[in-house]
Design a protein around this ligand. Structure first.
Ligand code: SIN
Ligand code: FE2
Length: 218
């Protein structure tokens, strides 16, 4: 078989847009074209700032492992939630924002109708089987005029996408490796979360899901 035949036989990556509501869209497969540089940059971040389980202001250990890249990192402890330029575990700045993260976030935001998005914070979440993220709003950022760009890698998860009121009913959105969700404008303060992950295996990332949440925080 020639090289051309091999490419012809490979299934085309799934690339389509699925609007969730005004201001929110799932960009299926949007990150797949950047898979290799994304994963390489992720390894460098985790080597410098390993995943850790933060403590909530209420004293609970979060089941999601977290780290950050960029000028600002999201942290939680007994004093509350905040963005900090310093990693409290190393007393050093967070690893720099990889150019591929910044470029992917800008392109995804622009594709969703939010031109000119330049993230200054990337929260990296690691989920294992059974790990969940309870329903919340992203509201620790200074200017809520900027959207959120969320990149899913590894094993699949079900993203809960609710309304402005906590009690509003939630969409259940399956997210797979390479999917990107963007929400901003009228959707910026919608509640969201992640259902407990089912055990699974991903060829590249193993038994976990990694989510990159890119924000303009400062
Ligand atoms: C988050 O809300 O910070 C992350 C959402 C996700 O993991 O998909
Ligand atoms: Fe969030």
């Amino acid at each position: 078989m020639s090289t051309a035949d091999l490419f012809a036989a490979a299934p085309a990556p799934v690339r389509r847009d699925e609007p969730l509501c005004a201001g929110a869209v799932v960009l299926r497969g949007f990150a797949l074209a950047d898979e290799a540089p994304l994963l390489q940059a992720l390894d460098a971040i985790v080597a410098q700032a390993p995943f850790r389980h933060l403590i909530t202001p209420g004293g609970f250990r979060m089941s999601v492992g977290m780290t950050n890249a960029g000028p600002l990192g999201w942290v939680s402890d007994r004093r509350g939630y905040r963005y900090d330029p310093i990693d409290p575990y190393s007393d050093q700045p967070w690893p720099p924002m990889p150019p591929v993260f910044r470029q992917l976030a800008g392109a995804a935001a622009a594709h969703a109708g939010f031109a000119g998005f330049v993230p200054d914070a990337c929260l990296v979440n690691r989920y294992e089987a059974g790990t969940r993220l309870s329903l919340h709003q992203d509201r620790d950022e200074r200017d809520l005029g900027h959207p959120i760009v969320s990149v899913s890698l590894g094993i699949p998860a079900v993203f809960l996408f609710g309304g402005l009121q906590r009690s509003d009913r939630q969409l259940r959105v399956p997210l797979a490796h390479g999917d990107v969700v963007v929400w901003g404008g009228p959707a910026r303060l919608r509640h969201h979360g992640v259902l407990p992950l089912k055990p699974n295996h991903h060829g590249v990332l193993g038994d976990c899901r990694i989510n990159l949440t890119l924000r303009r925080a400062g």
